[in-house]
Design a protein around this ligand. Structure first.
Ligand code: AMP
Length: 146
């Protein structure tokens, strides 16, 4: 049976080995309108993306569903509000995240319930994301090459 605890070469590498680096991650910034966020989400095809500030510190996550929800009126979706509302008005602040120092087991635990985790350094600066897809690819690679 596969025991991860006995597979140190899979479990030991740092989170940075597995993550998608910040420069390759689609994101929006604090102060951006919901219209801009919806554009980035739609164009990128991702269901949720990180919200950063100008210094690349991590503040939250925003998704198309959060945006639509915030535009719901009594009888219709009030699209005219898209340009006025800001990402910080609707973003999720309590997000699944890990630091660069944390180990893979912590990441695996969180990835059971979340499709991706944001990775930050000890000062809260955004370093990248770690996705369920990457984890499964690495696991498959590891199992096949055992
Ligand atoms: P995946 O496992 O590749 O399907 O990604 C799962 C989720 O992670 C996506 O729906 C996005 O929310 C997020 N994600 C993955 N890659 C990126 C990226 N390059 N930029 C922004 N978000 C991403």
């Amino acid at each position: 049976m596969l025991s991860l605890r006995h597979n140190q070469d899979f479990i030991e590498p740092k989170i940075s080995k597995y993550m998608i680096p910040a420069e390759k991650v689609a994101h929006v910034q604090i102060g951006n309108s919901l219209e801009h966020a919806l554009l980035v989400l739609t164009k990128s095809g991702y269901s949720a993306i990180p919200v950063l500030d100008a210094r690349f510190r991590l503040h939250g996550l925003i998704s198309s569903a959060m945006i639509t929800e915030s535009l719901l009126g009594l009888e219709r979706i009030e699209f005219e509000k898209l340009a006025d509302k800001k990402v910080e008005d609707v973003m999720l602040v309590k997000i699944p995240k890990i630091t660069l120092e944390e180990n893979l087991e912590t990441a695996i635990d969180l990835l059971i319930n979340h499709p991706f985790l944001c990775v930050e350094d000890s000062e809260g600066f955004f370093e990248g994301i770690f996705t369920r897809r990457i984890l499964l690819k690495e696991l498959k690679h590891h199992i096949i090459n055992q």
